[in-house]
Design a protein around this ligand. Structure first.
Ligand code: PDD
Length: 279
């Protein structure tokens, strides 16, 4: 496996980051994940725009132009012979003696990229449907930044793993914010698509935006508003979206079946439309 690190393509074993890297010490950095389908990056320009925004929000200079990023990703995908999976990109504030304030402005950010092979399109879980649990959202107040500080999401996902389910939906003041690594959607009994509006309380999902565009084109009624756990449990359908799962139907929330307990027609249709768009 070939990894990109600070300008070089290296064998996995040789790609090493110093102990004083601020990503390691402070989680002082941001990341992105783009899907790869048939060897091509999916909706990558939108991921790179969010990467640029995340960097800007925490005052790290973007070390590459969007074209350079795309070229590096494309080369990494080719060098790894990746047909389907993910490209992970991370930028931290670089390596400097540990001190909370920013290092000098000329400190080079650390740039890491690697690929992961994964079946995203023909994923059997999408046929069965995923189960989710709900957990308290214990994160900070700038969830719109794709920060590498993911401890709350790690604990949420581990709670899901321990419960034998695929995802944890995080809940704040009774309303679902998002999944530990995905955006949450429900379909009401009168077939309206509901997802939380964008704010600093959640990540602006790239797949979310694509699904909302596809839903509008398909003349579905969309409501961007808060929804409670109770409303989600009583929904006709539910699904979650992300670069790593596309559109994933949800068939169970906290042990209770959603709808008839099988992937619903709207979720399945949006998944098919998304994959068609991605190809
Ligand atoms: N996670 N919300 C959170 C908290 C996320 O971590 C993610 C993505 C999403 C979905 O965003 P997008 O559609 O842009 O992938 C929503 C990535 C896949 C990850 O951490 O691996």
């Amino acid at each position: 496996r070939i990894v990109y690190l600070n300008g070089a393509f290296l064998p996995f074993e040789e790609a090493k980051v110093p102990v004083m890297d601020r990503g390691f010490l402070f989680a002082d950095g941001i990341y992105e994940v783009s899907a790869v389908l048939d060897g091509r990056l999916v909706d990558n320009a939108a991921h790179l725009a969010r990467l640029d925004r995340s960097l800007g929000e925490i005052g790290i200079r973007n070390p590459h132009s969007l074209d350079e990023w795309e070229r590096l990703e494309t080369e990494l995908v080719a060098r790894n012979g990746l047909a389907e999976g993910l490209v992970y990109m991370q930028v931290t504030r670089g390596v400097y003696e540990r001190d909370f304030g920013f290092p000098p402005a000329d400190t080079a950010p650390t740039v890491v990229m690697f690929t992961q092979a994964k079946t995203v399109a023909a994923n059997p879980l999408a046929e069965r449907g995923a189960k989710v649990i709900t957990v308290e959202d214990i994160r900070w107040k700038r969830r719109d930044i794709k920060s590498v500080a993911l401890l709350a999401q790690v604990l949420a996902k581990q709670a899901a793993v321990a419960a034998g389910v695929s995802e944890a939906w995080m809940v704040e003041d009774g309303a679902v914010t998002e999944g530990s690594s995905s955006t949450a959607f429900i379909v009401t009994q009168d077939r309206r698509l509901v997802t939380r509006p964008l704010s600093t309380a959640l990540l602006p999902g790239i797949t979310r935006a694509a699904v909302l565009r596809l839903a509008a084109e398909a003349d579905l009624v969309v409501e961007e508003r808060l929804f409670s756990v109770e409303e989600a449990r009583a929904a006709q359908e539910a699904f979650y979206t992300s670069a790593s799962s596309f559109v994933m139907p949800v068939v169970e929330i906290d042990g209770a079946a959603v709808g008839d307990g099988r992937p619903g027609p709207l979720g399945r249709r949006l998944r098919a439309l998304y994959i068609e768009m991605a190809r």
